[in-house]
Design a protein around this ligand. Structure first.
Ligand code: ATP
Ligand code: MG
Length: 337
């Protein structure tokens, strides 16, 4: 059985954009494929400590997994939750792959360039974390790794490292993940979707945006989120239609309305066609978002921490089993045993 692998970032709370654009599509993908694939959902806590963590890492990771369940993930025996730091093979394989990756290729990583730019001191983890990511993937022969565009380059690096090792030993030691174009096809939903900043709808909503009114956090009080929608920037055309170029604010509201209610965008556009009162649309979207958040937050409150730890412990038994087996073969090839 093949493996789909995804890491969940636990450094901070997701925005409505992260939720609708990344989390929900991943949950759908997992539910859709969990009978014919292993679904590895891991917490890359070793990656987390490369940069600042908002709050407490342990609390965040429990909450992040609850978010997956509240978003509708229905785990079966093929869905595995685990913490990267509880599977030591990740760190060990990373070291081995460090001897395969070159300084040149790591220096070319855009993420590294962006994250180190202008800084006088940069921790070495920022430079080498793509190698850890390669280990995360290759230990499980994971062919599908749904990631955002910003990670495509790292996925290509993973493929290159896998093929380099395979060539060196003339065996199929590693299964390289499929090419990014094929990953995108497999993932279909969510790729092009960008929820916009509520105040500056020309930009996408981002959690790092300073202005609180620009973004809705999944932990926002539902009332507060509704107010943010009510104060969203629109335009003066007095026409409710989907036109991201000329009316990004209104288009964004239509988009949110569709996604939050699980309706097709086309249906929502038709419902509002010919309408002119932006206040009415805002009120409807505000109420939809409020209801969604109430429901989501209630679900989270009902999941005990113990449930998450049970999933993690089960998943870690599975992950250690698979990862150690792969690591043993790799160590043998490298003459380490
Ligand atoms: P930051 O401001 O720190 O970059 P972010 O909100 O852009 O935060 P990321 O951590 O960069 O979030 O991305 C997490 C995931 O959410 C990625 O898969 C990304 O494609 C997706 N995503 C981010 N912003 C949006 C958005 N506005 N709409 C839809 N998906 C989004
Ligand atoms: Mg981002």
């Amino acid at each position: 059985m093949k493996t789909i692998l995804t890491g969940i970032r636990v450094n901070s709370e997701p925005t409505l954009g992260n939720y609708l654009g990344a989390l929900l599509p991943m949950v759908r993908l997992a539910n859709e494929h969990k009978n014919d694939y292993h679904i590895n959902i891991f917490v890359p806590d070793l990656h987390s400590i490369i940069s600042d963590v908002d709050g407490d890492l342990q609390k965040n990771l429990v909450r992040s997994l609850k978010i997956y369940l509240a978003a509708g993930l229905e785990p079966n025996e093929n869905v595995h939750f685990y913490r990267q730091s509880r599977v030591p093979a990740h760190s060990e394989l990373m070291w081995i792959l460090n001897t395969v990756a070159t300084m040149g290729e790591l220096s070319r990583m855009t993420q590294y360039k962006e994250k180190s730019e202008g800084k006088t001191s940069v921790n070495a983890g920022i430079f080498t974390y793509p190698v850890l990511m390669a280990a995360d993937i290759l230990l499980y022969d994971a062919e599908y790794v749904p990631v955002g565009e910003d990670q495509f380059q790292h996925l290509e690096l993973t493929r290159n490292l896998a093929m380099r090792v395979n060539n060196r030993f003339n065996t199929e030691l590693f299964v390289p993940p499929v090419k990014t174009e094929e990953q995108v096809k497999f993932m279909t939903v969510g790729n092009a979707l960008r929820i916009r900043d509520l105040q500056n709808p020309e930009k996408k909503m981002s959690k790092s945006t300073k202005s609180e009114n620009s973004k809705i956090m999944m932990s926002d009080a539902p009332e507060v989120a509704a107010k943010k929608i009510m104060s969203a920037t629109t335009d003066s055309l007095a026409k409710i239609q989907y036109d991201m170029f000329n009316q990004p604010g209104i288009s964004n509201l239509l988009q949110i309305e569709a996604l939050v209610n699980d309706l097709s965008l086309q249906d929502v556009i038709s419902t509002w066609a010919g309408e002119t009162r932006y206040g009415d649309l805002k009120q409807k979207v505000a109420s939809s978002v409020k209801t969604m958040l109430e429901d989501f937050q209630n679900k989270i409150a009902q999941i005990p921490d113990a449930t998450i730890y049970e999933y993690l412990e089960m998943g870690e038994v599975y992950a250690n089993g698979v990862a150690n087996k792969k690591l043993a073969i790799v160590k043998q090839a490298f003459g380490l045993c």
